[in-house]
Ligand binder design. Sequence first.
Ligand code: GTR
Length: 326
Amino acid sequence: MNLIRKMTAALAFSAALGASAVFAQEITLRSSDTHPDGYPTVEAVKYMGELIKERTDGRIAVEVYHSAQLGEEKDTIEQTRAGVIDLNRVSMGPFNGLVPETRVVSLPYIFRSVDHMHKVMDGEIGEDILAGFEPHGLIGLAYYDGGARSFYNSSKPIESLADLQGMKFRVMQSDIFVDMVNALGANATPMPYGEVYSSIETGVIDGAENNFPSYESAKHSEVAKYFSLDEHLIVPEVLVMAKTSWDKLSPEDQAIVRQAAKDSVAKQRELWAAREVASRKMVEEAGSTITTPDKQPFIDAMDPVYEKHVTDDKLKELVERIRAVQ
Ligand code: GTR
C-alpha cells in the first residue's frame, strides 16, 4: 500500500471512529415532571430511559427534569407541543381544554375502581384516547397510575357532603373540575400545582384535592391536616412526546421508544402501589386526620356535571363503553 492510500485508509478509519463516537450520543430527550425526584412517575420515566439507552446501544438518552424545573404542567404542555420539551409526564386533567378525548377520563366517578381504570386504559379505549393527542402535536405513549383523588383542607374533618358546603378548594386547570366542585356545593379555584401550598397556608383557599403521594410529597399535609377519602376522581396520568421530536426518529427508534414507554408502566404501577401506602402512613404519623364520608351523595351530586360535559355523541358513546367494561 503506498503512502497516499495508507493515509486515506487511516483517515477513513478515524472518520469512522469519530462517527461512531458521535453516534454513541446522538439524541437526548428532555422529559418534564412536576413531581420531585423519587416520585413513582419520575422513576418510571428514568427507567424507560434506561431501557431506551440499552436498546439503542446508547444512541438515545432520556434526561428527566423533575420538580417542575421546566415549568408548571399547563406551560410545559405548550412547550412540548412546540418541541422545546421532548417528553412530558402529566395528568390528563390539564389536557381537558386541548384534547377532547381526555375529558371522559376526567369525569368524577367515571371509574368504579383503579382496577376498572386499568382495564379501560389498557384496552382499546385507552389506545383510542392516546391517538387523540396526535392532532394536537403530541404522541401519547403510555398511562401511569395516579390513584384516586380526595379532598383535604385546613379547617375541619369532612364527615359528609354537608361539611363541604361553601368551602374553597383548588382544582387543576380544567372546567370539568371547576364544575365538579361547584356541584358539590363548594367553590373551586383553578391554579397551578406549585401555588397550592402557599395558597392554603395564607388562607386563599381552604384546601385542595389529590392522592396520598402528592398530598405528602408536595407537603400539603403540613398545612391541610384533614383528608377525606371521597375518591371523586381517578384520573390516569399520561406520558406524551412532542410530535416534532418523534418525527425526527427513525421508525425503528420510534418503535423502541413506544415499547420502552409501555414497558415502564408495570414498573410505575409497582412503585405507585408502594408509595400510596408509604405516603398514607407518613401523613398519618405526622398528624393528618383521615375521614371516610359516604360516597353515594357525592356520586349523586355529579349528574349536572355529566349533563353539561357529556353532550356530543362521541363522548356519550365513550362513557357507555367505559361503563360497560367489567
Ligand atoms: C398530581 C399529578 C400531577 C398534577 C397534580 C395537580 O396527582 O400527578 O400530574 O396534575 O396532581 O394536582 O396539579
